[in-house]
Design a protein around this ligand. Structure first.
Ligand SMILES: Nc1nc2c(c(=O)[nH]1)N[C@H]1C(S)=C(S)[C@@H](COP(=O)(O)OP(=O)(O)OC[C@H]3O[C@@H](n4cnc5c(=O)[nH]c(N)nc54)[C@H](O)[C@@H]3O)O[C@H]1N2
Ligand SMILES: Nc1nc2c(c(=O)[nH]1)N[C@H]1C(S)=C(S)[C@@H](COP(=O)(O)OP(=O)(O)OC[C@H]3O[C@@H](n4cnc5c(=O)[nH]c(N)nc54)[C@H](O)[C@@H]3O)O[C@H]1N2
Ligand SMILES: [Mo]
Length: 709
């Protein structure tokens, strides 16, 4: 160690569910080592912000031999990955020239912005820069819907009237029973300290039950019981639990009367008075594969143990009719009187304490004429254009901090669409599946090479100071500076005349940072709350003065606003909606596919790091009951196919997944062989480019066949 060793606090802004503190040990301008939050917790409300394996392996990402160092220009066929190094001036001139040409000939909406979530927690250096550039340029075709949890958002808004539906993780310590339903935070994080609080809750004696098609690491580590379930059928199980509670009088009538609207209608449906089908546990067993007795026992335990948290992830909602799962889960939370109560939960997890409202993002600006298409239709919109009913004809694609080409459904169609473009630009750290198709690739800095303020993904009342620790790698530049230089070439005035430090002060103006020196020295500010945040506590403690944000002011089990939409597949009370004939017809693809988020990547990032690869291999999980008849043995290479495409990867034959269902972790970057088969285990080689009538991207409702490769 030499005298010039500095320890610099840096955050981690990627879209992995946490927001953690990294401490960069910098010597002679090089990050030599990364540690994490070792401060003594001075505020009991916020535990240490300790980083995961990916954050701690970040040095391998910073100095990876494949990291982009220079601007690149495509020389081979689009998508072939053949590029040559060019200068910044040449690169920026080419981008500006093409943008002007395309706008003049086709209008600004001929440019599609497919940027996504890579730098999502950065308040200043996030993807806002590209929206601002394109808005000031006159407009763009944007992509709408939230691929993560559109079903959850829909359910939250219609049931509770807000997306701030979740309590502080710390509040799990007040639960006597925790049902983790399609939630796997040991892998998918969901707030830096979720697993920590689950561990503490378990030590305190909470009973933990996992309902998941997979025996996840969270289930294996924390749960007393794993209830395997067929994906996409959860609503039937929840409704049958409601049946048990109604038949046995095990629900909180006072709570329902005072705080909710429409339970009577739900009851008619559950008991079968509405449609002559009582939603009994036996009825649900046929649909879910969960034994009726198990459903009865869970209904008893959940309704009799108080308080109890029904804590959900996004996996079950990322299905056809996924909003019904969240609406039904919320209804059970109300039936058991667990909403707004310490130790309870709400059945839909989106945001916790509204820290996000304290820190602003780089403003989009301009007065553009934007249009948009659904995220999962971006490639179709390029191929079909206006004649196919889309709002624009796309000639150019711009991508900053996203890997949309890899992360949305049907990557083979993506390949086809991109080959039709006149021009494409991508800013990234690596030559990703997306960047590979660009005409100009611009190398961006990471958060180690610029300063920023970061707020948590959805849980935790803190913000992070992330300080520039090293000079930009190679010729890398900040996304905002790149956009500013393009703006100048486009004749746009005032894209950005304000220095970084002034922006950061402005964007955090509402964040109550009284002592910037202290904030910057420690690398975080943890807010002191008088008591731990519990979602809807105000509504439940003092309803008269704090109605819910819904039209009726109550929690809406029946939603008139949903009824008014008139969508036959979206009932106004939570219902199990059976698959349509089209969905039910598996077309010879009998296995259900789910595509989980795993510890070895953050979406498509990190799996190229040796330390991260050691943690977990990319394999398809398949039950022995499905593998045996197919002659598949553990470790065999298998081919996964359906009408969308095919991918090849090793099989992990395991009882940790329910029979009839297989899992491919999402996030591997695709590569095709000469026959068009994807060879890296990319889930989106087989997930389709579709969405439901309320815009859910139903990755987890995919059907496949699996055979030995
Ligand atoms: N390490 C890591 N962390 C991440 C991410 C990552 O890629 N890597 N991604 C981040 C992002 S962008 C998001 S949106 C979140 C995603 O967070 P989630 O959507 O909650 O994560 P998933 O793993 O897709 O799903 C959670 C669990 O649901 C189960 N599941 C899938 N389908 C069903 C179903 O129909 N019913 C039931 N009961 N369970 C089901 C899966 O087996 C899984 O164990 O995670 C974030 N955190
Ligand atoms: N089959 C299937 N597919 C899924 C899912 C699923 O469950 N199943 N989950 C979906 C979900 S929930 C999500 S949120 C999406 C995520 O989709 P994306 O946001 O497209 O995925 P990432 O892999 O996070 O891509 C981020 C990219 O940004 C780059 N990046 C990071 N920081 C910066 C920066 O500061 N500047 C620049 N220029 N680049 C940067 C990274 O190198 C990376 O290539 O994936 C979806 N895809
Ligand atoms: Mo996501």
């Amino acid at each position: 160690m030499t005298d010039n060793l500095k320890k610099v606090p840096v955050g981690c802004p990627h879209d992995c569910g946490g927001s953690c503190l990294l401490i960069a040990h910098v010597e002679d301008g090089v990050v030599k080592r990364i540690t994490t939050d070792e401060s003594l917790p001075d505020n009991p409300g916020v535990a240490q912000l300790r980083a995961c394996l990916k954050g701690r392996a970040y040095r391998q990402r910073l100095y990876h031999p494949d990291r982009l160092k220079h601007p690149l220009k495509r020389v081979g066929e689009r998508g072939s990955g053949k590029f040559e190094q060019i200068s910044w001036d040449e690169a920026l001139d080419a981008v500006a020239e093409n943008m002007l040409k395309i706008r003049d000939k086709h209008g600004p909406t001929a440019i599609m912005n497919i940027s996504h979530s890579g730098s999502m927690l950065c308040s200043y250096h996030g993807k806002g820069c590209i929206y601002r550039l394109l808005n000031m340029f006159g407009g763009q075709t944007m992509l709408h819907s939230i691929v993560s949890n559109e079903g959850g958002v829909f359910a939250a808004l219609h049931t509770y009237g807000t997306v701030f539906t979740t309590s502080e993780r710390e509040d799990l310590l007040n639960s006597k029973m925790i049902i983790i339903w399609g939630w796997n935070p040991t892998d998918s994080v969901w707030g830096t300290n979720s697993s920590y609080y689950l561990a503490l809750a378990r030590e305190k004696g909470a009973r933990i039950v996992a309902v998941d098609p997979r025996y996840t690491d969270t289930g294996a580590t924390f749960a007393d019981q794993w209830i395997p379930i067929r994906p996409g059928t959860d609503t039937a199980m929840l409704v049958a639990m409601a049946y048990v509670m109604i038949e046995e009088g095990l629900y909180d009538k006072n709570f329902l009367d005072k705080y909710t609207l429409g339970f009577d209608k739900f009851k008619e449906y559950v008991t079968g008075r509405e449609d002559d089908v009582p939603k009994t546990p036996q009825w649900a067993e046929q649909i879910t594969g969960v034994p009726a007795q198990t459903i009865v026992e869970l209904a008893h335990a959940y309704s009799k143990t108080k308080p109890a948290a029904l804590t959900v992830g996004h996996g079950p909602g990322r299905t056809n009719h996924g909003e019904q799962f969240h609406r039904a889960a919320a209804t059970l939370c109300a039936m058991t009187g667990n909403v707004g109560v310490s130790g309870g939960d709400t059945g839909v997890s989106i945001f916790g304490y509204p820290i996000q409202t304290k820190v602003m993002s780089f403003p989009a600006g301009g007065s553009p004429e934007n249009v948009s298409v659904h995220f999962n239709k971006w490639a179709d919109a390029i191929i079909e254009g206006r004649t196919g009913g889309y709002p624009s004809d796309i000639k150019m694609v711009y991508s900053v901090a996203g890997n949309t080409v890899n992360q949305l459904g049907n990557v083979r169609k993506a390949d086809r669409a991109l080959k039709m473009l006149d021009f494409m630009v991508a800013h990234d750290h690596f030559l990703t599946a997306t960047a590979r198709y660009a005409d100009i690739v611009l190398p961006a800095t990471t958060h180690f090479e610029r300063s920023d303020v970061m707020s948590p993904w959805c849980f935790g009342h803190y913000i992070i100071w992330s300080e520039k620790a090293i000079e930009p790698y190679g010729e890398c530049r900040n996304d905002i500076d790149i956009c500013a230089d393009i703006a100048k070439r486009l004749g746009i005035q005032s894209y950005n005349d304000t220095p970084e430090d002034e922006w950061l002060k402005y964007l955090t103006g509402s964040a109550d940072i009284s002592d910037w020196d202290e904030f910057q020295r420690r690398g975080f500010l943890k807010y002191k709350l008088e008591r731990s945040h519990v979602a809807f506590r105000e509504q439940v403690e003092d309803f008269e003065n704090n109605p819910f944000g819904t039209p009726s002011g109550k929690m809406e089990i029946y939603s008139q606003s949903i009824a008014d939409m008139g969508k036959p597949d979206v009932p106004p009370i939570p219902k199990y909606v059976p698959p349509s004939n089209q969905e039910a017809d598996d077309g010879g693809f009998p296995l259900r596919l789910i595509t989980a988020h795993s510890k070895k990547s953050c979406n498509s990032m990190f799996y190229n790091l040796p330390w991260v690869r050691e943690a977990e291999a990319q394999e398809i999980w398949i039950n022995s009951a499905d593998a045996g008849p197919r002659g598949i043995k553990n470790g065999d290479m298998v081919k996964v196919t359906n009408g969308i495409g095919a991918t090849v990867l090793p099989a992990r034959v395991t009882e940790r997944i329910v029979p009839g269902t297989v899992n491919i972790d999402q996030g591997m970057q695709f590569e095709f062989d000469s026959t068009g088969v994807e060879t890296k285990g990319c889930a989106n080689a087989v997930c389709p480019d579709v969405h439901t009538s309320i815009d859910i991207t139903p990755y987890n409702s995919t059907r496949v066949q699996v055979a030995r490769a």
